[in-house]
Write a protein that binds this ligand. Structure first.
Ligand SMILES: [Zn+2]
Length: 101
């Protein structure tokens, strides 16, 4: 992995930040359709079980690898993201007093 360094909230981390935020995508990460025109997502995608194939920021087709632990996606403009690091960030951000679903 060569994308380990984090340069704030821009550039290489933009994709990761967008996927972490998980809302207000400009483009649907599973179909590449502009937000608002996108059909409702299938359940696996909503649950984050599906690897994103399109950049939610620009709609470009991403290079996506499905790993046995999750997925890794890379946009030529917005950097790369891995499900493991997004899961870890979500875990860290989670309210420790929140109930489990
Ligand atoms: Zn992009």
């Amino acid at each position: 992995m060569t994308e380990k360094s984090v340069h704030g909230a821009s550039g290489a981390a933009a994709l990761r930040d967008a996927l972490f935020a998980g809302a207000d995508y400009a483009f649907d990460p599973f179909t590449g359709v502009p937000a608002g025109e996108a059909p409702r997502r299938f359940r696996a995608a909503e649950l984050g079980l599906e690897a994103p194939r399109y950049c939610p920021l620009c709609g470009r087709r991403m290079i996506t690898q499905v790993l046995h632990t999750g997925w890794r996606s890379k946009c030529s403009r917005h950097g790369s993201a891995e499900s493991a690091e997004i899961d870890a960030a979500r875990e860290a951000a989670r309210d420790p007093f929140a109930e489990h679903e």
